[in-house]
Design a protein around this ligand. Structure first.
Ligand SMILES: [Zn+2]
Length: 353
């Protein structure tokens, strides 16, 4: 860990020779390796020296991502619980960016539908939830009664147009962010609003801890936007950036250090069960960071139940320490999460190179 910090922060990690794969944001060809990617076909997570944008190299095969997200990613108790825990905090962060009158909203990668449900209740919005994960989509449709569609936004065809597109913790999973933006633009009415929450490429924890940052998630995450790269990609993609700022992550989905490790150890040792409403088969489970995890054992649940009070204390203590560090080290400017709000411009975007 210490070595990683030294390498990245001192610049001792050699800047890679100029490659033909220029940064999608600024075109710079100089990168530093942050850590090994575990995504199939990808080798490294690399950070652009010019704008701080991070992306796996080579970019992962989109078809493989599709299979993973459709069948595995959302099909676990962990995913369900984390989505439920985080929805309230997401609502608090985003509510002032939703219009006040009637509006149509597309929730891209909307998971189990908890945020959509909240927006519908609070604002009476007409919502379509787009989700590739079968288990999450079924929950949104059958339990929450949301209107749902299946797929990645990049392939999604509809006559409908929306005043708002929201994508919470989705951008860091996409294979081609320019294409993602172009598809969102296509689905928005002129002047429509794009709202993204995503891990911040300039987070101090990424810089210091590399893959040990919980949101590095080398088994899942393909890219991290920096403020600079978000601004550039939005501008060149036909959007007018309105807000781009770093936020302190909320309790529900916080990128923990100690808690993350303890939970990973438990998952590897005992697996993770599933008993959420809507069910599903118990043969698959995933961890926060990937595809690991086996079937449930009763032992896991029993141990967890006993350790719950201690776990709560640990959670709150770590949250207090880390968010304090967020404020001291980052002065609120380099925290874990990036909030991005942009308006769709009337005129067509520049041609992509
Ligand atoms: Zn760049």
């Amino acid at each position: 860990m210490a070595e990683r910090k030294f390498e990245v922060m001192s610049g001792a990690n050699p800047v890679l020779p100029a490659s033909k794969d220029a940064c999608v944001s600024c075109g710079c060809t100089e990168r530093v390796n942050l850590y090994r990617s575990h995504l199939p076909g990808s080798v490294e997570m690399r950070q652009c020296v010019g704008c701080g944008h991070c992306a796996v190299m080579p970019m992962v095969d989109r078809e493989r991502l599709l299979v993973y997200y459709r069948e595995t990613y959302t099909d676990s108790d962990y995913f369900y619980a984390a989505a439920q825990r985080s929805a309230g905090a997401y609502w608090c962060k985003l509510q002032k960016h939703f219009p006040t009158g009637k509006f149509r909203m597309l929730d891209v990668g909307g998971g189990c539908g908890f945020l959509s449900d909240r927006v519908r209740r609070e604002r009476g919005a007409d919502i379509l939830l787009l989700e590739i994960g079968n288990a999450a989509r079924e929950h949104a449709r059958d339990v929450l009664g949301l209107r749902v569609a299946e797929g990645f936004v990049e392939d999604f065809q509809t006559e409908e147009r929306f005043e708002v597109i929201v994508a919470v913790h989705v951008a860091e999973h996409v294979a081609d962010f320019r294409r993602f933006l172009a598809s969102c633009r296509e689905l928005l009415v002129p002047g429509g609003r794009l709202i993204l929450l995503t891990p911040d490429a300039e987070a101090w924890k990424l810089e210091w801890l590399g893959k040990d940052w919980a949101w590095a998630a080398p088994e899942q995450h393909t890219l991290f936007l920096s403020k600079k790269s978000a601004e550039h990609l939005l501008n060149s993609g036909g959007f007018e950036p309105q807000t781009i700022r770093a936020l302190v992550a909320s309790m529900g989905g916080y990128p923990w250090l100690v808690t993350h490790r303890v939970s990973k150890w438990f998952t590897q040792r005992f697996g993770r069960g599933k008993s959420r409403p809507g069910g599903g088969d118990a043969s698959k489970a995933d961890s926060q960071d990937g595809i690991g995890g086996a079937g449930r054992t009763g032992l896991f649940k029993r141990i967890l139940r006993r350790l719950r009070p201690a776990g709560r204390v640990l959670l709150w203590a770590e949250y207090a320490v880390l968010t304090t560090l967020d404020r001291i080290i980052a002065c609120g400017r380099k925290s874990d999460e990036l909030l991005i709000v942009a308006a769709r411009r009337e005129n067509a975007p520049e041609a992509a190179d």
